[in-house]
Design a protein around this ligand. Structure first.
Ligand code: PEP
Ligand code: CO
Length: 462
């Protein structure tokens, strides 16, 4: 008789959980839909639509995150703060893919370990806001909560939360995934041809020489291996790409949460790697309740106000079995606070023997406003938070396993500084984000180089 396949057996089903159990908890950051019938009809349609990812991809990613937890891989998670429906276009998608591929090439080359590539795309359409309404000249309207909920224009029609937007978000996510998968299957990410992913800047950037040297070095290594083995090294022509987004709009996430024929339990099939944002991470809140019961790897953003006991309770609820790769904490403290806020959390987790993957988001704790009214971030602060994160983990005996970045493949001017030393005056030239400021392609690559330099310095014998 064949042995039962243990991967099909539940270890222990999450206690009293179902895809709707979050509805009994306090759900913050949720839009108020005016028409319950319209909402239910949109959700019924979503429940019939095909998923965007598969359970076996999700489980493969979980395995890779478990390896990152052990220091055998590094995670690069990046993309827009918020995608929008208008920018679901060929150029935007392929340029974003190019910059992520270039960064991962720099990281693989410099860190000598495989990189797990996770995009903030194909579903990053819902945003938390600091207030429910926005008031201009005495007129108050619901805040813009991302294209999946309402529109950014300050009119009552645009700001009305529209459930049909969830269906459009699903379609746009599917188009994005489809194009990314087709590019990768077609050899776009082939290490034999890194010139496919050149962006225009490579000709004139101060970083171009360093990048070119690296690409030539990798090309030589590939040819050397092929000469040695007498055959083409085939697995170099494809890479894996995973998707992630903030699991904020719970009715949408619920509608994409399904059971599948050959794996036990429930999977959120709208993305591989959903995360809970800082504003919705209450241990007894609806978002934590929802993510508790799915089998995806999940992440939680951890800000400067989180105390050690809160973090331990999140682990109790979200990863009671101490499953490798299951839980990631993305800390986002700010360059001026990380040295004070992070070490007690690392120490509490280490003392308690809890295993998580730690990722640093050096973006969200470093947002500021300029005198001319732009929301921006300084490259120096982003770099500083990342470098401090490496040092603080090393000092605590824990490990920084990845970086989480807001970036774009476009030539925008949203963050200050970097190799081209962008100033406040430059922000006016190409500031395009409706939400948070992103690293442009050049600044993003510079972050990858900075990570490599830092890691090399830490691992050098003294
Ligand atoms: C974000 O990632 O865009 C975001 C809102 O982050 P946080 O929840 O960390 O503030
Ligand atoms: Co953001």
């Amino acid at each position: 008789m064949p042995m039962p396949d243990s991967s099909l057996q539940p270890v222990k089903l999450a206690r009293e959980w179902n895809a709707q159990s979050w509805r009994a908890r306090t759900a913050t950051q949720m839009p108020q839909y005016a028409d319950a019938v319209e909402l239910e009809s949109a959700l019924a349609e979503l429940r019939r639509l095909p998923p965007l990812v598969t359970s076996w991809e999700i489980l493969t990613l979980k395995q890779q995150l478990a390896e990152a937890q052990e220091g055998r891989r590094f995670v690069l998670q990046g993309g827009d703060c918020a995608e929008n429906f208008d920018e679901c276009s060929s150029d935007v998608i392929s340029n974003r893919l190019k910059v992520l591929l270039q960064m991962s090439l720099v990281l693989v080359h410099g860190m000598r370990k495989p990189v797990v590539r996770v995009g903030r795309f194909a579903g990053q359409y819902a945003k938390p806001r600091s207030t429910d309404t926005e008031t201009i000249d005495g007129v108050s309207l619901p805040s813009y909560r991302g294209d999946m909920v309402n529109g950014p224009a300050f009119t009552p029609e645009a700001r009305r939360p529209d459930p049909r937007r969830m269906i459009k978000a699903h379609a746009r996510s599917a188009m994005t995934m489809n194009f990314v998968r087709a590019l990768i299957d077609g050899g776009f990410a082939d290490l034999h041809h890194p010139e496919y992913w050149d962006l225009d800047w490579v000709g004139h950037s101060p970083l171009a020489d360093e990048y070119r040297r690296m690409v030539t070095g990798i090309g030589d290594a590939v040819r050397f291996m092929e000469t040695l083995s007498g055959a083409e090294v085939h697995n170099l022509n494809r890479v894996d790409f995973y998707t992630s987004h903030e699991a904020l709009l719970l009715p949408y996430e619920e509608s994409m949460t399904r059971q599948v024929p050959r794996n036990w339990g429930w999977f959120n099939l709208s993305t591989h790697f959903p995360w809970i944002g800082m504003r919705t991470a209450a241990v007894d809140g609806a978002h934590v309740e929802f993510l508790r019961g799915i089998r995806n790897p999940i992440a939680v953003k951890v800000g400067p106000s989180v105390a050690s006991d809160q973090l331990l309770r999140l682990v109790d609820v979200l990863n009671p079995e101490d499953e490798p790769g299951r839980l990631t904490f993305i800390h986002r403290m700010g360059a001026s606070q990380i040295a004070e806020r992070l070490p007690p959390l690392l120490e509490a987790m280490r003392r308690d023997g809890r295993r998580v993957l730690w990722i640093c988001d050096p973006m969200h704790g470093n947002t500021e406003s300029t005198a001319n009214g732009y929301k921006t971030r300084r490259f120096a602060n982003i770099g500083s938070e990342l470098q401090q994160a490496f040092d603080l983990h090393a000092a605590a005996g824990t490990r920084l396993g990845g970086a989480h970045l807001e970036l774009t493949g476009e030539d925008v001017t949203e963050c200050l500084g970097g190799a081209r030393e962008l100033t406040e005056l430059d922000l006016e030239r190409a500031y395009r984000s409706c939400v948070d400021p992103r690293l442009n392609y050049e600044q993003a690559l510079e972050v990858a180089m900075l990570i490599v330099r830092k890691q090399t310095q830490l691992s050098a014998p003294v």
